[in-house]
Write a protein that binds this ligand. Structure first.
Ligand code: COA
Length: 330
């Protein structure tokens, strides 16, 4: 069987115009700008207005821009994967609605739920499906509007998150050395309760039973998630480099999920990553969950810091608990 390569044909992103600063949050809850900056690196986040903007419009606009960058039309796609935990409806998927809105005809379309790991999960899946010849052109979107599931009366979770997303278009390439050189998808469901979004009282785990919570909103055991993220982040990068025989210096950019600046800083120090090859934008957007890796990728692409032929390493982790990584030749 022929093995195909995978070309990153275009990238785009979208985030809302509206901004919620730490000083705005100070008026809504018992917190401070300095506490948030010291513990997370976040200064502000963009949030949808809930009227003209929604998770759907952000995801649609991100894919539209990625298609424009690729000089392609939606009808050229044969698959759309939309990674998110905040699609307005579970049926239909936002992927189907985006396909209809952009005119993707009968391209296959589905939503993928892997929380903050969603974009990298979808990238890896797209690579595999193109590589074996199942699909020729795949639109991948990672997007979330976590402001819609944040309880802004509660200070331990809501300060972290923002709304936004990124998209990429991947197409079949004759060179099998292009695209994913290595990939990993992982999950540890035994720790699901450290980051969860309850719909019913019955969903609430023992550790959170005594707390006053709002159904439909994100809940998190911050310290446990922090430990998981720091360890897993380091481990997947070490594994990826070992599996490919590459060194840190061979990598043009480490494209990392933006969960907390301290988590990224810990990886930089433990692995000796060059600071100029780990892009950080959490100060501006907060943690946009499935949106973050695509947003970083788009900023790097626009800035000319990733060009064809470069090797990049993408890393993400999040609720589930899930994680995903890849080593990718652009
Ligand atoms: N403003 C001010 N004080 C706050 C606060 C806020 N927004 N949130 C919590 N605090 C207080 C706590 O009540 C606690 O007070 P106490 O010592 O009197 O009990 C104190 O600050 C320390 O709380 P703690 O939870 O230990 O802080 P932390 O250093 O662990 O930082 C997080 C909290 C959430 C920033 C951190 O745990 C984290 O980033 N975790 C990972 C989150 C993440 O990445 N999630 C997404 C994964 S994809």
């Amino acid at each position: 069987m022929t093995e195909w390569g995978v070309r990153l044909a275009g990238i785009g992103s979208a985030y809302p115009a509206g901004v919620l600063t730490n000083h705005d949050l100070e008026k809504m809850m018992d917190t401070s700008h300095d506490w948030i900056v010291q513990r997370t690196g976040i200064h502000r986040r963009h949030v949808i207005d809930g009227e003209t903007e929604s998770e759907f419009t952000l995801a649609r606009d991100a894919l539209t821009r990625a298609l424009d960058a690729a000089d392609m039309k939606a009808s050229d796609l044969d698959l759309i994967i939309h990674a998110s935990v905040t699609s307005e409806m579970t049926c239909p998927s936002n992927a189907c609605r985006i396909a209809a809105a952009l005119g993707a005809g009968t391209a296959a379309a589905f939503d993928l739920v892997a929380a903050c790991s969603g974009f990298v999960y979808a990238m890896n899946l797209a690579d595999s499906l193109i590589r074996v010849g199942r699909h020729r052109a795949v639109g991948v979107i990672g997007c979330d509007a976590l402001s819609t599931v944040s309880d802004f009366t509660e200070r331990t979770v809501s300060i972290l998150f923002g709304d936004g997303g990124g998209a990429a278009v991947f197409t079949r390439d004759d060179d099998p050395g292009r695209g994913c050189l290595h990939q990993e998808l992982g999950a540890d469901g035994t720790n699901w309760e450290t980051l969860y979004m309850p719909r019913r009282d019955a969903d609430v785990p023992a550790w959170d039973k005594e707390n006053s919570i709002r159904l439909g909103c994100l809940r998190m055991n911050g310290r446990e998630v922090f430990k998981f993220a720091v360890n897993r982040f380091r481990q997947v990068i070490e594994d990826a480099l070992e599996a490919t025989g590459l060194g840190v210096d061979d990598v043009a950019q480490f494209v990392c999920h933006q969960s907390n600046e301290r988590i990224i800083e810990s990886a930089i120090q433990k692995l000796g990553l060059p600071r100029d090859r780990v892009h950080v934008n959490i100060n501006e957007y907060g943690n946009t969950s499935a949106g973050s890796v695509g947003l970083v990728l788009d900023e790097l692409w626009q800035a000319g810091k990733i060009t064809p032929g470069d090797i990049i390493v993408c890393v993400a982790f999040g609720g589930g608990l899930t994680w995903a990584s890849n080593v990718w030749r652009v």
